[in-house]
Structures are given as C-alpha cells and as structure tokens.
Design a protein around this ligand. Structure first.
Ligand code: ATP
Ligand code: MG
Length: 399
C-alpha cells in the first residue's frame, strides 16, 4: 500500500508546498495565445474607462460589484440594492453581509492607495485581511486551519503550518511578485494566486484577500489603471472549477489548466466590464438628453448627471459636497429629477435617498441594455447632445 503524502491527503498540512517559481516551462502555446487575447481585452477595458470623464462613477461602482461577488464566493450574500443603498448611507446599517462587502471595497481602495507608497508585499496582504475581517488578524501562528466543504464537512485542504515556515513561504511569494521576470504578468498573477491560497496565511479571509491582490498585481504591472476589473464575476459563476483547479495544482501539479482558467476569467470579465462601462456611458448620455430636452433644469445638467451616476443612491449631501448647489437648491434639483422620472425618492429612517433606478438595474443585470426615457423615433434625437453616441453604441450591440 502506498502511504498518502500531504500533497494528496487533504487532511495533512501541506508543509512541502514548493517555493516559487514552479519548475518547467509554464508558458505553453495555449497559455501564450490566451495571454495575447486577455491582454488585448484588458487594453480595451483601459480605453473604455476613459469614456467617462468623472472617474468616480466607475471607481465607486465597479469595485462594489466585485466586492459583492467576491464575498458571495464565500457565501456572504447581499443584493445590489442593499449594497448601493448602504454604501450611500456611509456606515452600513444593519445588514451584516452588506457591511462585509463594503469592507471589501474599502480594503481594495486602501490596497490601491498603498501601491503608491510601496510594492505589493506580505504587509499589504495583512492590511487587506485586517480591513476585511478584523484589526487583530495576523499571519497564522497556531495549527488547526483547514478548508472544509461546508455542505459535507469534508476537509478539502490543510495548509502548511508553523509561523516561521509560513513567513518564509510568504517571503518567497513576495519576491516572486516583485522581482523582474520573463513571465507574462498575467501568468505570474495566476501562479501567485494559487500560491497565496495554498499558503493560506490567515485563519480566514484568504480567498477575498487573494482576489484583491490579483487586482492590485494587475495595477502594479501596469495592465490596469483603476481597480475596475470585475474578476470575481467569472470566479463566482465557475466556483466549482475554481476550487477544483486550485486543488489540481496541489495534487497533480496541473499548472496549465489553472493558468488557462485565470486567463479565461480575465478575458471574460474584461469584455463584460468594457461593455458595462460603454452602456453606463450611453445611459448617462441618454439621461442627459432627457433632462436637457425637458428644459426643466436651470443649470447645465452635466455636473448633476455625474453626481447621480457616481452614487446610484444619491443624497442631497452628495450634491453639496460636489459644490453643485447649496442644500436647499440641491434638494430642488433632485426633486425635479424625480418629476422627470430619472430618480425615485425613498426614505430610510431619517435619511432621504434619491434612487437612480435605471442605473441600479443596469449595474445589477448581466446584459447591458436599459429602458429608454422616450420613444426612440428619429425626431426625438434631433439636436440633442449626447444621444448620437447613444444610438451608435447601442446599435453596435454590446449585450
Ligand atoms: N484546494 C484548495 N487549495 C487552496 N486554496 C483553496 C482550495 N480551494 C479553495 N481555496 C481558496 O480558499 C478560499 C477560502 O478560504 P478562506 O475561508 O480563508 O477565504 P474567505 O475569503 O475567507 O472567506 P470566508 O471568510 O467568508 O469564509 C477560497 O476562496 C479559495 O481561494
Ligand atoms: Mg472563510
């Protein structure tokens, strides 16, 4: 009988986890082809980001979608509506899942900010995990951490043990990310993500911390300028494959299928995010045209439109903070937008919120279409700013 080693016995700590880089040539022909595709789509995403001059529109919303799905991978389930509402109210009120997802977004922002001061290191990972989970979290120092299937109770994986050993593995991981390499940055991202999850440096929060690090590594390597890739969307939808392929590297050294999986996730989510950004731009232009057409607004609507797209649940304070108007006038503007059917007014306790419903629906939906404000007859478009692009892009069909 052959004794099981920790590599293929999930109940034994995987203390023999090899250091990076993995042996052999991982950049096979299929991997390189997938890299070319993924990098072209990432470049398109970067360009799409420039379509919306007010970057807070994307920086507020796309990371919140990412936070929602990345948290849902760990069974922390919230709705888009709850999440955007709680985000607008500041401190998440009473929904623990939204609270946790909002902490994920804050951790992502803090991680992006930290890249301006220092490269991606173990300290970054600790800070991210603390921001998501709790301020006292540190690298594991006691045994007993194992990944368990919550439905069957079966142990899926037991990570390496011993604080010194874990620190050494993390040091090697950090060197791999930062030192010059011939590897394509996307291949490097896939490798380091496996290694981070295999080291499992924390007692909890490793999945979410690791997925934030993926986005940060793309920014560090210049493949993204903002944290606006919704990578967890694909992972959540293929969660079974995600777990199985991580396990495949441990048990069988199946690196190629793992790397191809990550590249596919980048391709799929770059395309989806690019299309989403274009459709947000279209909805902004269409809303602007609708407001202009009504001739109801005493001010140029551009700043106002930016504000109600930066926060799909808008408050009067959001307008005053942007110096659009003083409190009373801001309230008049928002109420006017309610009258025009752009916003809906809702009360939450003592707070009054103005919901941009078409926008929430657009963000929440898999597709990239929205209900127009008025019939799309040609006569309606004549002379209206912003709408020409709207028709052009929509006919191109990025569903
Ligand atoms: N076989 C495996 N080997 C290594 N890592 C794995 C394996 N299967 C899954 N993982 C990783 O472990 C993560 C789960 O670990 P952990 O519970 O620490 O993360 P998480 O972010 O905490 O979530 P939560 O706290 O909500 O449970 C998965 O998201 C995945 O990234
Ligand atoms: Mg967990």
């Amino acid at each position: 009988m052959i004794a099981l080693t920790s590599r293929n016995n999930p109940k034994v700590p995987y203390d023999q986890l090899p250091l990076l880089p993995p042996p052999g040539d991982l950049e096979t022909k299929s991997v390189l082809k997938a890299c070319v595709r993924a990098r072209a789509l990432l470049a398109e995403l970067r360009t799409a980001g420039l379509l919306i001059p007010d970057q807070s529109v994307l920086i507020n919303t796309i990371p919140l979608l990412e936070a929602k799905d990345s948290s849902e991978i760990e069974n922390i389930v919230t709705t888009h509506d709850d999440l955007f509402r709680e985000a607008s109210l500041g401190e998440a009120q009473d929904d623990p899942a939204s609270k946790e997802a909002l902490r994920y977004r804050s951790a992502l922002y803090a991680g992006v900010a930290s890249l301006k001061r220092q490269p991606l290191t173990t300290t970054t990972a600790i800070d991210i995990c603390r921001a998501i989970k709790a301020p006292h979290i540190d690298v594991r120092s006691t045994p007993g951490t194992a990944l368990i299937n919550t439905y069957t109770g079966e142990v899926i994986y037991t990570p390496p043990q011993g604080p010194d050993h874990i620190r050494d593995l993390m040091h090697n991981w950090e060197t791999f990310i930062n030192e010059p390499s011939d590897l394509d940055p996307l291949v490097r991202m896939a490798i380091q993500h496996y290694q981070f999850e295999a080291i499992h440096p924390f007692s909890d929060g490793n999945g979410r911390t690791g997925r934030i690090i993926n986005i940060l590594s793309l920014i560090q390597d210049g493949l993204l300028t903002q944290p606006t890739l919704y990578l967890s969307r694909h992972i959540l939808r293929t969660r079974g494959d995600y777990y199985r392929l991580l396990g495949g590297v441990t048990a069988h050294g199946h690196w190629e299928s793992w790397i191809l999986y990550v590249l596919e996730a980048v391709e799929q989510t770059s395309t989806w995010t690019t299309n989403k950004i274009r459709s947000i731009r279209d909805l902004m232009a269409h809303t602007s045209a609708h407001v202009t057409r009504s001739q109801a607004m005493p001010i140029h609507s551009r700043a106002l439109i930016d504000a109600i797209f930066a926060q799909p649940y808008c408050r009067i304070a959001h307008l005053t903070e942007r110096s659009i108007a003083k409190r009373q006038t801001a309230s008049v503007y928002l109420k006017e937008l309610v009258r025009l059917g752009v916003l809906q007014e809702k009360k939450f306790g003592r707070d009054k919120l103005f919901v941009n419903r078409r926008y929430i629906d657009l963000l929440a939906n898999d597709g990239h279409t929205f209900e127009p404000y008025f019939p799309m007859g040609f006569e309606d478009t004549a002379g209206l700013p912003g709408l020409h692009g709207f028709y052009e892009e929509s006919e191109g069909g990025h569903a």
